[in-house]
Design a protein around this ligand. Structure first.
Ligand code: CA
Ligand code: CA
Length: 215
């Protein structure tokens, strides 16, 4: 009898888990950002700027609400079940295998925030990014077809997005060195200080992360 209860309980657990796993409705779910003009520097080693400082005001974050098909919040979505993709061109943002996590599990309303560092490379200046929850891209209502693109810029010393800050990135940085906004050589993707000049200050950041790679 006891064994039967254990089996029943196990079956219920499996059922509940599978129900939960397939439960996120990308149309009912939402994705947003806490501030306007967010710009975050990321590194394949995950040791560059946190989203927390993305608007230079401190306390910045991406937020999401995971909901099921009935519009109810889904609690306790694992903090690792998220992914970001560039809306203009997926190749612009190359995330490592474990790029980031949410700050907490989703609460009873399905809500959580992401304010930590991201492990990855590339450059996203326009178009923003969309969020996937458990592999499903959050899409806009009411059509539920178009990804919810949030206006965030990502830049990285892994400028050419190869999972490593390497010699080719150094070449790209060198091409832009000593340029200012308006020059043909200027590359906003390697202006880590964001002052519209690529100079020694930016090289300091580049050097600090040289040869960093995904792990
Ligand atoms: Ca690279
Ligand atoms: Ca600069």
């Amino acid at each position: 009898m006891f064994k039967g209860k254990v089996i029943l309980f196990s079956l219920l657990l499996v059922f509940a888990t599978s129900l939960y796993a397939g439960d996120v409705d990308p149309c009912q779910s939402e994705f947003g950002v806490s501030c306007v003009g967010m710009r975050v520097s990321i590194c394949p080693a995950g040791d560059f700027e946190p989203i927390y400082d993305g608007c230079d005001t401190g306390g910045d974050f991406l937020w999401l609400i995971a909901r099921d098909g009935d519009g109810n919040g889904i609690q306790n979505v694992p903090w690792t079940d998220y992914w970001l993709t560039s809306c203009d061109d997926p190749a612009d943002l190359l995330l490592c295998s474990a790029p980031f996590g949410a700050d907490l599990l989703t609460d009873e309303d399905g809500y959580t925030e992401i304010s930590g560092r991201i492990a990855g490379g590339g450059c996203v200046l326009t178009g923003g990014v969309y969020l996937s929850i458990q592999g499903k891209a959050v899409v806009d209502m009411p059509e539920c077809l178009v990804e919810t693109c949030v206006d965030v810029q990502f830049i990285s010393p892994d400028r050419l997005a190869s999972y490593k800050v390497d010699l080719s990135d150094f070449g790209a940085f060198g091409d832009a060195y000593n340029s200012v906004l308006g020059d043909p050589e200027y590359d906003d993707c390697v202006d880590f200080t964001g002052d519209q000049v690529v100079n020694l200050s930016d090289f300091g950041f580049f050097g600090e992360h040289y040869e960093h790679e995904c792990f």
